[in-house]
Write a protein that binds this ligand. Sequence first.
Ligand SMILES: [Zn+2]
Length: 1009
Amino acid sequence: MQPMGNENAGPTKFPGRPVSPFVAAPQTTMPFFSSGHVVEKTGPPNFPGRPASPFLSAPQNAMPLLSSVPVGPSIPSSQPSPDVGNYQRFPTPVYPSNVQSITPAHGPPYAGQAVLPPPGLPSPGQQPLPPPFNFRPQPPQPQIPLVSMGPPPQSFNSMPRGSMPTFPLESSNLHPSMLGYPNSQASPVTHVPPGQASPFLSHQGGFVQPPIRAPLGLNSREQLTLTSMGPPISVQNLVEEFSSLSVGSVPGSIDPGIDSKALPRPLDGDVESKSSTVMYPLNCHPKFLSLTSHAIPNSQSLLSRWHLPLGAVVHPLAEASDEEEVPIVNFGPTGIIRCRRCQTYVNPYVTFTDGGRKWRCNLCALLNDVPSDYFSLLDASGRRCDADQRPELMKGSVEFVASTENMVRPPMPPLYFFLIDVSLSAVRSGMLEIVAKTIKSCLDELLGFPRTQIGFLTFDSTLHFYNMKSSFTQPQMMVVADLDDIFIPLPDDLLVNLSESRTVVDAFLDSLPSMFVDNVNIESAFGPALKAAFMVMSKLGGKLLIFQSTLPSLGIGRLKLRGDDLRIYGTDKEHALRIAEDPFYKQMAADLTQYQIGVNLYAFSDRYSDIASLGTLAKYTGGQVYYFPSFLGGIHKEKLSYELARDLTRETAWEAVMRVRCGKGVRFTTYHGHLMLRSTDLLALPAVDCDKAFAMQLSLEETLLTTQTVYFQVALLYTSSSGERRIRVHTAAAPVVADLGEMYRQANTGALVCLLSRLAIEKTLSHKLEDARHAIQLRIVKGLREYRNLYAVQHRLGGRMIFPESLKFLPLYGLSLLKSIPLRGGYADAQLDERCAAGFNVMILPIKRLLKLIYPTLIRIDEYLVMAPTVADDFGNFSKRLPLSSESLNSRGLYMYDDGYRFIIWFGGMLSSDITTSLLGVDLSAIPDLSKVSLCERDNHISRKLFGILKRFRESDPSCYQMCHLVRQGEQPREGLLLLSNLIEDQIGGTVGYVDWIQQIHRQVQQSA
Ligand SMILES: [Zn+2]
């Protein structure tokens, strides 16, 4: 447990701990292997003389953490900001979410995780809500008992009162002994030092505070006022304030009281909140950073009345269109301009004073010197004369080139290591051949030429290493059968420079499928193979791609057929099915992250393969789970090839860390996504790419915010594939408000749903599915109830359901979430592996893709297809999205359903045979089983047009390959599985439909309203 990195510079000593790849760092300790409290030492500071980041040294952050986690956040004050160049520091990882601790003896490994009273127990005097709907009737379940041991419940708060953000900062780091401490301690403690004036009053710069209450397009005349009885009074005001919906039966009528056609649906596109960039044009694009409400409450008490989660969704490497291209800024020898106190990067919101010689940090208000190289005169308004030529002063998103002089090791080369199952099923399914061919076809496009490194390891019951030395013409294979004492048979040449060894690599990939073509081995020594891969890669880090076809059966990390047992559902053991059983996986994930290795898992088994355990490797290394159940080369070839190729060629940020800074008084406390926390707020992301987004929750550190604006700054420090150290910085401002109504008006449904979904999925890892669903419903109800309380009484709105325009889709997205694969139903509603894989997937999705996944596109396409080819091709007029309800389907029509992951083409029973013949070559009646039919383009305009649509839709979301499934009306059970069960507005299989859901929500909102 003790080796220090810089003492271990000798040859690799496997099977002991791997040598740190960071041995070159002078004065480096490797606290990673230490236990107990570690005080980190640092390498040479990158910004000599700059004092510590207050984000790490704040005592109230550090101390409670130290008491329970063996991490070393007590940074000496000479600590440079850890998001630049500090590769030598590897404190013990802090797991970001509520998964069981590897070593329970160390206590709950949370950083900044709010510890809350257990859910399900109402506070005194608070009426518990009626239970949410059940997917299938179940006997009443006992309430969740108090959690008395193990990690605290996830922060997703289903308490009827005192939602998470009511806790001041310090309670978010409660010592475990304080578990269960009543939340009525909504702390009177204030952290505003007496007499301290706000340091934030300074906007004497060119920046003009935008109006906080801008007109926000809340004009609801165009929408939802559905009843004939309009609002009784103050019509104009009301119209500005909110939307309303008539709910409830008309007396003496059996009409349910809701016109289902008039319910709000996102059919005209996604909900994209533009208000932030309207109010603050210098903000980064909301695709990079979106707050769940673009109005920050000015007090704890206000925050406690905002029952929805307050936080952000950050998508640091979101693909940008040309006009959104992130400019690259190189300060050269001047060095990057940062605040010497809080390390904030220079951005459009800093202000210059003193004739241009000083600049004031917008996050901490410190007055910094302007380096002479960076000096510019100010104009009459106090603006720098050169501002227009400086992207960092004009753009909310920039990428700084970091100086390399203080790095502890050179920027790593892009490195790909492939760990491939070659057992019987991997070969038979065709997986091995497709993987080998796809890798080969991508070799020219792998990132980082000519520095790219590559290596391979295959396994069944033994491990197969490949010496790819450039002087060879064929790779040399070495088999290791000893699984107990894993070692690498060759210290070098298992990882090679792709350019130098290209011939050998080509030869290897050409021969790989045939090498194992007769393999009848059905065992899987996955764990030992993973350890070996780690040993090979640990000197450099990189991307580990795992292709897994068989449940690991041999050696360390072997997994049991845990089985998906009906009887476990609804009990307190249910969640255990969804988390890794063997601590090996989490420990490996921690080790991999330490050594800058990110894991992408490709799982192919046709049987249970414990995705819950295997996916852990991706979860904590910033990676991704690709799930191909019942993989068959003949069917899934294109999907696998496309997605693997994208994985290999999409721009990747190597050895990255990310921190989101915010202005004084607010603080991010929990992080949700595929990441590992290296300290309380530093996210370790060994290999992050443009398809990963992160969500986080925000807390108020002070009882009262005295500033008018809060600033946020995302900084992603990484090595680019070209070998440059870069810092991608996104900066945004948001107003501080004293008005709850404003918080609701500025709500961003997309960001809210993204954060809610992640909190709910994390909750399923420690609670029953039902509890996670209940928590979502409760949040929505409480949010709408609070909003209603603001307005309903004063305006006598009686039976109407009211909600802010900004949240009009929230109930529908909430319902969609409850019916999504990770959260839906129980035992029979999704296979366990499928559920877990879907859960891992949701945890990385950016907002837009998540919304599309939970409320997919349904369009009718036959009318467009039969249009004469001579007519101008304006698909736009035909691509109107339809409500996700079987009422939208006409049996004379042809429909397309697109959730971003697959297309489903639905053939109505009375669809013209011209169309089916044009598309399939024969009439539908001649095809007994549509599942066996794959669509291919035919030489007629109907077929060509359909392929045009498919192409267009695929291009609109390049992150994965949408396979096309054909299904005909009435073809059961396929129709139900593929389409009908996803028509989330319908009442199917014991679930509520949209109309009933709205009524249910409305009833609950009115209770104690
Ligand atoms: Zn500062």
